[in-house]
Each structure stands twice: as structure tokens, then as C-alpha cells.
Write a protein that binds this ligand. Structure first.
Ligand SMILES: [Zn+2]
Ligand SMILES: [Zn+2]
Length: 360
């Protein structure tokens, strides 16, 4: 039997509770070995997603202690069945490793092809939950849901692919789901965050007029640089709902995409919606959070409330197309696994700006 090989990982060492301050220990642990239907991926890097913090704080139920779900790497080895099941899968191919590691293909969600239900598979296996996440040099991916990156995207460097695998595709799919016509107003609430900034960039590249909303003045320049026409300070002297109304000639926006992790952001979104507007829920709140509505708000205005959850592998490819054409360029900053605790601390204080990419 071969000697055990090791790899470097960041292990969550703090309790998965809402009031915890996430801490990590970087250490060497035995490298995973692929099962018959899995491939082993050598990750070159992973980016940090806002929901990594939510997971570390237990917002999404019990997690493993290796989180992370925006990894890019190359296939290092194949499980024993892989070549016979799919001879086109080969060692060295570039793949993305996202939140969804596997879907069942047979549940009520999966079989609803029209609604692209696979992203809501009730049996889905997730990064950091069923599988160790991407804060690691190596990780396992089931062949059935392998996200191969076609050679036509080879010109996009790994560090610009990673942020698209969750944050970017989540932003893109949520905007697509608003069913707007180019030229219409779209508000991104939480626009200075990881998903929010990408939502601003995608919405503007898709031809919508974007109003960025976030707390404080410090995020204005960043949001405008991503393509927003206006910035509204959610905690400024003027009410943010009234400000959006006045910027849209009193009509309100056709859609508000909420990426801010605050119940107040969802509540305030109603004040920003125009006739037949869509409130698109993206950010995940703690379980006890509530948003209040009166039925007349919907009866009178024809509003819709929808939710969007990441995207399919096809959505990832569509989203990458914008990056390839340089219509969307993720603003990345480099970090190390050792920085994770510090980065999450800044995230809690809402000071983190841009997308952090961790070299592995
Ligand atoms: Zn399913
Ligand atoms: Zn994510």
C-alpha cells in the first residue's frame, strides 16, 4: 500500500453559532482518495464567498470543518469507474468546484427542467456539508456533476473564474430571473458586497440601469466603478426608499435584488419597487429573521417576490462569457488560507470590499 499523502487545508476551529468569531487552523491532513465515481481535483485557488461566513456561523445548519465553494483546479486523478462512465474526462482538465457537488436527477425539483430545478435538488450534496470544501489543496467531486470548464475559456485566469462559480453565477441568475427589459431600473441592495458588486456589474453589462444601495458612504466609489449609475446610502440622512423613487422619476425600480444579509434591507426593498416590480431574494438571513408585508402591497401594485439560488452549470458558462468578453471583470484581491479568520472578521464588520482569492 502506498504511503499516505498529505495536503494543506484550513479547518474551522470556532463553534458554528451565530455569535462566534470564526477562527481557522491551517494544517496538513491526509489527502482524500477518490471513490469509484469521483475525481480528485488539485485546486489552484479558491475565492471567499459571503455565505462561507454564514456557514461558519451555523446559519445553514451543521457544516463540516473545511468550508469553501468557489474553487478552480485541475483533475489530478480518476476513480476506478470514471474512464468507462465518461471517457472524455481526463487528468489535467480544468474544472470549477462550486456549492453544488451533486444532484439526484430524480426528485421533484430536478425533474422540473423548465424551472432548472436542479439547483434546488432536495437530495443535493453541497460543498462543506456532504463534501469537504475548497479551503484545501485537494478535493473530491462526483463525476455526475463535474463542472468542466471548456477550453474556449482558457484565456480567463483561474482567479477570475473562481468568483463566478458562486457569487457571479448567483448574481447573474438572480438578475436574469427578474425578467426585465434593457433600459429598466434595477436596484442592487447590498451592492458593495461580493455578490452585490458582481450583480451591479452583470446588470449593467446586461443593459439595465443600476442603482446601488449599501450602508455608508465608503462603498460609493466602488459601486460606481462596477457600473452603477447612482449610489444610495441606506443609512444616509434621506430615506433610501424615497431616494430611489426620486432617482427613477417617482416610479420606483422594476426589480430590487437583495444581496444584503439584513432583514431591514428586505423590508426597505418594498419602498423602492415600482409598478409590477419584482423583489428578488438572494441573501440568506438567520432563521429567526422576518420581513413583514400587507397583502394590499401585492394586490395594488402587482408585485412579485421571487428567490434565486446559485445557478446551473450552463448558467456558469453563460456568466463566464461576460468575463471572457471583459464586460464583467471581478475585482479580486489576493489572500492566503492563514488570512481566513481575519477576512471573516472584516466581513462581520461589513468592511470587506471586493472578492478575496486564496492561492492554494
Ligand atoms: Zn434532485
Ligand atoms: Zn457562495
Amino acid at each position: 500500500m502506498a504511503a499516505t499523502e498529505f495536503h494543506k487545508v484550513a479547518v474551522l476551529t470556532s463553534p458554528q453559532t451565530p455569535d462566534a468569531k470564526p477562527t481557522f487552523e491551517v494544517k496538513n491532513v491526509p489527502r482524500p482518495v477518490p471513490g469509484p465515481n469521483e475525481v480528485l481535483v488539485r485546486l489552484s485557488l479558491t475565492s471567499l464567498c459571503g455565505s462561507d461566513l454564514g456557514m461558519a456561523l451555523g446559519h445553514m445548519g451543521p457544516m463540516r470543518d473545511i468550508l469553501g465553494h468557489e474553487g478552480v483546479g485541475r483533475i489530478a486523478s480518476l476513480g476506478s469507474n470514471v474512464s468507462s462512465l465518461d471517457p472524455t474526462v481526463e487528468v489535467g482538465q480544468r474544472v470549477g468546484v462550486a456549492w453544488l457537488r451533486d444532484v439526484c436527477g430524480t426528485c421533484d425539483m430536478c425533474v422540473d427542467i423548465v424551472h432548472e430545478g436542479e439547483t434546488r435538488c432536495v437530495e443535493a450534496l453541497h460543498s462543506g456539508k456532504a463534501y469537504d470544501g475548497t479551503f484545501a489543496e485537494y478535493t473530491l467531486v462526483p463525476l455526475r456533476y463535474l463542472a468542466r470548464l471548456p477550453a474556449t475559456y482558457d484565456e480567463i485566469p483561474d482567479e477570475e473564474v473562481a468568483p463566478i462559480l458562486c457569487g457571479g453565477v448567483t448574481a447573474y441568475k438572480a438578475i436574469k430571473g427578474c425578467d426585465l427589459t434593457p433600459g429598466q431600473w434595477l436596484v442592487v441592495s447590498g451592492a458593495g458586497g461580493g455578490v452585490g458588486a458582481l450583480a451591479v456589474a452583470y446588470a449593467s453589462a446586461m443593459g439595465y440601469r443600476v442603482i446601488a444601495v449599501d450602508a455608508g458612504e465608503s462603498k460609493e466609489a466602488y459601486c460606481l466603478s462596477q457600473g452603477a449609475e447612482h449610489y444610495v446610502n441606506a443609512i444616509g440622512s434621506e430615506d433610501a426608499g424615497l431616494r430611489v423613487k426620486s432617482l427613477t422619476d417617482g416610479r420606483g425600480a422594476k426589480a430590487v435584488v437583495v444581496t444584503a444579509t439584513a432583514a431591514a434591507a428586505y423590508q426597505k426593498a418594498f419602498d423602492m419597487l415600482g409598478p409590477f416590480g419584482t423583489l428578488m431574494c438572494v441573501s440568506i438571513l438567520p432563521e429567526e429573521a422576518q420581513v413583514i408585508f400587507h397583502p394590499l402591497m401585492f394586490i395594488d401594485n402587482g408585485w412579485k417576490v421571487k428567490g434565486s439560488s446559485v445557478g446551473t452549470r450552463a448558467d456558469i458558462i453563460e456568466a463566464l462569457e461576460f468575463v471572457k468578453r471583459r464586460k464583467v471583470t471581478p475585482a479580486i484581491k489576493w489572500a492566503k488560507l492563514e488570512d481566513l479568520g481575519n477576512l471573516m472578521g472584516q466581513m462581520i464588520e461589513r468592511k470587506l470590499e471586493g472578492k478575496y482569492v486564496i492561492k492554494l
